[in-house]
Every structure is written in structure tokens, then in C-alpha cells.
Design a protein around this ligand. Structure first.
Ligand SMILES: [Zn+2]
Length: 137
């Protein structure tokens, strides 16, 4: 069991634990974007969001909600982000799913650099149809 998050969940290595429920644990990120940057991690090992079973998602989101509210209160924030990197191409570095919650401040200069595209002609309809066809109930 080489996974660092599994070791934290097993209490084999220390972490600043903020919150726990049946499905998830929340800890402080050791390399924060801002102080208070937290990670919500499922207690079971799943490499990314797509591998998390549906029955663990409510507990995950409950933990995100509780911890985000507490971070906002603790630092009197006007905003925060929560996000998840899934796959190397998306910047994932620990392959045990986790959701980041980080405080935001005015003029903190933290941003994705976006080059927004525009759909042309029927492209938007075609893209939506492709995704809808891939949704399996
Ligand atoms: Zn793990």
C-alpha cells in the first residue's frame, strides 16, 4: 500500500485532519495555494472521479460542503474554489481521487489561462448529441 492518502487515512502518517465522515476525510494540503487549502479524499482508494462508486459521492460532497463553509468562516472569505484534477494531462499527481478546496482573495493572481473557443455552424449540436449518446442510465 504505497498510496500516501491511504497511509494518511490509515493514520500511518500524520496529517492535519479537518473533518471525517463514513465516506471521506478532509485534510490540509501540505503545499497550499493559500493557507487553509484543503483536500477531501474518499476513504476507499479510487484512482479518479470516474472510479468513485455512486454511493460514496453523497458523503464526499457532504464533506466538501462542511469544510468549504468552515474555511469561508475561518478566513472571512468572499470566495473560494473547489476543483479536482483527473488524469496526468489534467495535472493529477496523486492517483487517489481528491477534491481541492482553496480560499480566494481579491487580486491574488491565481487563474487558469483560458483561450476560449467558439462553436461554428452545427458543431455545438453535434458535440451535445455525441455526449448525450454516451450517457448511460
Ligand atoms: Zn489510496
Amino acid at each position: 500500500m504505497a498510496c500516501i492518502f491511504c497511509k494518511i487515512i490509515a493514520k500511518e502518517i500524520p496529517a492535519e485532519i479537518l473533518f471525517e465522515n463514513d465516506s471521506a476525510i478532509a485534510i490540509l494540503d501540505v503545499n497550499p495555494i493559500h493557507y487553509g487549502h484543503a483536500l477531501v479524499i474518499p476513504k476507499n482508494h479510487h484512482k479518479d472521479f470516474l472510479e468513485v462508486p455512486e454511493n460514496e459521492l453523497p458523503g464526499m460532497m457532504h464533506a466538501v460542503h462542511v469544510v468549504a463553509r468552515a474555511i469561508v468562516k475561518s478566513f472571512d472569505l468572499r470566495g473560494f474554489n473547489f476543483f479536482s484534477n483527473n488524469g496526468t494531462v489534467a495535472g493529477q499527481s496523486v492517483f487517489h481521487f481528491h477534491i481541492h478546496i482553496t480560499p480566494r482573495y481579491p487580486d491574488d493572481n491565481i487563474r487558469f489561462v483560458l483561450q476560449l473557443k467558439r462553436y461554428e455552424g452545427e458543431e455545438m449540436k453535434d458535440v451535445a448529441a455525441k455526449i448525450r449518446a454516451s450517457i448511460q442510465e
